[in-house]
Design a protein around this ligand. Structure first.
Ligand SMILES: *[C@@H]1O[C@H](CO)[C@@H](O)[C@H](O)[C@H]1NC(C)=O
Ligand SMILES: *[C@@H]1O[C@H](CO)[C@@H](O)[C@H](O)[C@H]1NC(C)=O
Ligand SMILES: *[C@@H]1O[C@H](CO)[C@@H](O)[C@H](O)[C@H]1NC(C)=O
Ligand SMILES: *[C@@H]1O[C@H](CO)[C@@H](O)[C@H](O)[C@H]1NC(C)=O
Ligand SMILES: *[C@@H]1O[C@H](CO)[C@@H](O)[C@H](O)[C@H]1NC(C)=O
Ligand SMILES: *[C@@H]1O[C@H](CO)[C@@H](O)[C@H](O)[C@H]1NC(C)=O
Ligand SMILES: *[C@@H]1O[C@H](CO)[C@@H](O)[C@H](O)[C@H]1NC(C)=O
Length: 566
């Protein structure tokens, strides 16, 4: 039912050794802290972008469109390109000639470390800063937005939480080691070598409890993931989502605006724990957290997540609740699909603990088991008693799960861009495990299309059936959707494929040796460059510019024949 079910099963069934661990209490930088409430309004209804995001992307678009122009000209000088200024940008249908610069977004899908590493390789192939260039090096610089979900949020957080380094440097200086010594492997977590990390994480979670906030399994989950993804003491303990806005590459608009997605559980609303096809999609970004969807339709300033609100008015202000590890843990909350309490450990046999029980132990030191509420990413509800958020306004707490789980699971975080009509081209890198070999087959992007239609969102081009994906091989090569519809975005669909490495690794694989990390990323570079196919850079440029109104290179006609599905 869920793409990550395998991981849940794995985490439940993995027997581990227990060693007696010292419990030392350390000062923690993890707990949310009380703050003075600002005079400004912190909650708003979802009528358009915030001024802060709007300002950011105006600036970012300038840089991104210059980068797009130089990349396009390097591919083919005859691309006609009008200089991009936001004011002249008005969506495809308003453009009359001159090759206006489209606004580009990238989505990095869920799928555990497989998705993170395949997605990382795609970015490496797109990034002109890397030493080894491809024909598509420069596309990363042309992005205005980058969204990540679950494993894709691990990737996005490792980039944005570390001030936007290259994948090459993250690989060499962090992931090659941290994914090999993965703290998600119970024997490693419970080994004497990890004892200091274990006690630091335990102290972090208890500090959150002492500060008056109910911790959940997502606290230790996010903390342990963060040791693999974030630099800085105690696994990036001071990093927050709102803090990304003060990093140097963000303030200089060198990087795409990052968005992490998650889903709401309706457990407290109508008893439906597992997300239904119309589940509320939430987004976390440096300036705001909230949802565009009917029933919530509101945003709060991310820095003040954790604050108690009533009817949009702050009661007691809190900051640092938007801890980045907690948010990426929420986006990858596979435990949410368990939909039950985690029981106390039955036996006194010390070999019986699984990772999920280890996590529960960390949450509930000295107490037996955790209640069902603590399998969720818990957020004091910013929309409590907020009239326009009718679906959730009665709940004191929002309970969030992995963005890619549920009945009609959507592994690609496309949703934020269906609400941002300025986004013209969405590059969808799908690393889902739909097939038995852990490759995508179109199921998840189709689910997003179906949900978009049901919600009355019109930016998504028509997505064909899974049968068509498979019979036409659309799930094994790049495909463009929406080439011929000026009133929708264009989707450049780039699925995981095993060019040079068996990249269909199981979602439940929670440890990658250095050679495996490197092999996955190198294969991802091939995914971005379509295996080095000579005509691909031109064709990608043609697809991106197709609806921009400018004169296109002669070669584009053949490209549209080859890549445009509709
Ligand atoms: C971020 O800043 C560093 C240092 O100035 C630079 O090397 C790096 O390339 C920047 N990242 C981006 C995305 O420009
Ligand atoms: C979601 O769909 C269910 C039926 O599957 C329906 O009962 C519910 O009202 C819908 N919720 C919203 C917010 O549209
Ligand atoms: C604990 O006991 C219950 C009831 O006997 C059983 O269903 C469950 O699987 C046991 N859990 C573990 C971790 O052994
Ligand atoms: C596509 O993937 C879905 C989800 O795993 C699966 O149920 C379906 O059978 C697959 N269909 C094809 C044609 O591969
Ligand atoms: C990719 O998978 C196919 C089977 O689907 C296999 O024949 C081929 O050898 C694999 N290639 C690599 C590089 O793993
Ligand atoms: C990676 O290295 C390990 C040993 O460190 C070895 O067992 C494994 O076969 C290697 N995998 C690949 C794909 O080369
Ligand atoms: C889409 O817009 C382009 C550029 O303005 C225009 O040339 C083309 O005719 C339009 N296509 C449709 C179907 O409206």
């Amino acid at each position: 039912m869920v793409s990550l079910l395998g991981l849940v099963v794995y985490l439940f069934s993995y027997a581990a050794l227990i060693t007696a661990l010292p419990t030392q209490r350390a000062i923690s930088g993890y707990a949310p802290v009380a703050a003075t409430c600002p005079a400004t309004q912190l909650v708003r209804t979802a009528n358009g972008l915030s001024d802060a995001e709007s300002n950011y992307i105006h600036q970012r678009y300038q840089k991104a469109s210059q980068a797009l122009e130089s990349w396009l000209k390097s591919v083919d000088e005859t691309f006609e390109f009008g200089q991009g200024s936001w004011d002249s940008h008005g969506g495809w249908s308003d453009w009359a000639g001159q090759g206006k610069a489209p606004v580009l977004a990238l989505t990095s899908s869920g799928g555990g470390y497989r998705a993170m590493l395949a997605g990382a390789g795609v970015i490496k192939g797109f990034d002109s800063r890397e030493v080894d260039k491809t024909g598509v090096s420069g596309i990363y610089q042309a992005l205005t937005y980058h969204a990540g979900l679950s494993g894709g949020s691990w990737l996005l957080s490792s980039i944005a939480g570390n001030d936007f380094p290259t994948i090459g440097s993250l690989q060499a200086n962090l992931w090659d080691t941290t994914l090999q010594n993965s703290l998600l492997v119970p024997q490693i977590l419970l080994s004497p070598q990890a004892a200091s990390v274990y006690s630091a994480v335990e102290a972090d979670v208890q500090a959150k409890r002492s500060a008056g906030f109910e911790p959940s399994i997502i606290d230790p989950w996010g903390r342990l993931l963060s040791y693999a993804l974030l630099y800085g003491p105690d696994g990036g303990v001071v990093d927050t989502v709102s803090g990304i806005a003060s990093t140097s590459n963000f303030t200089s608009h060198n990087a795409p605006y990052p968005i992490i997605t998650a889903l709401g559980s309706n457990r407290l609303i109508d008893g439906t724990c597992i997300p239904q096809p119309n589940a509320t999609q939430y987004e976390f970004h440096p300036y705001e957290f909230g949802s565009w969807d009917a029933g919530v339709d509101a945003f709060v300033v991310t820095e003040y997540l954790g604050t108690s609100f009533s009817n949009g008015e702050a009661i007691t202000c809190v900051t640092h609740y938007d801890q980045l590890g907690y948010v990426l843990g929420t986006s990858s909350n596979v435990f949410g699909s368990i939909c039950s309490a985690v029981p106390a450990e039955n036996s006194t046999a010390v070999s019986a603990l699984t990772l999920v029980e280890d996590l529960a132990e960390i949450v509930a030191v000295g107490h037996p088991g955790i209640p069902e509420s603590e399998i969720f990413g818990l957020y004091p509800n910013p929309f409590h008693n907020y009239p326009s958020s009718a679906l959730v306004s009665a709940q004191p707490t929002l309970e969030l799960v992995d963005g890619g789980v549920g009945v009609a699971y959507q592994g690609n975080p496309i949703w934020p861009f269906l609400h941002r009509e300025d986004v013209d081209v969405i590059i969808v890198n799908d690393n889902a495990a739909d097939t038995q070999y852990n490759f995508p087959n179109g199921t998840e992007i189709l689910h997003t299309y179906q949900a978009a239609i049901a919600a009355g969102l019109t930016r998504m081009p028509v997505i064909p059936s899974v049968a068509t994906f498979v019979s036409e091989g659309l799930n094994q090569k790049p495909t463009f959707f929406g080439c011929n519809t000026n009133d929708t975005a264009t989707i450049v669909y780039i699925p995981n494929f095993n060019y040079t490495y068996p990249s269909g690794q199981p979602t439940a694989k929670i440890q990658y040796y250095k050679n495996e990390t490197d092999g996955m990323i190198a294969n991802g570079v091939e995914i971005a460059s379509y295996g080095g196919k000579a005509s691909w850079p031109l064709c990608l440029g043609c697809g991106i510019m197709k609806k921009s109104g400018g004169t296109l290179p002669n070669g584009c006609a053949a490209c549209f024949k080859e890549y445009c599905f509709n």
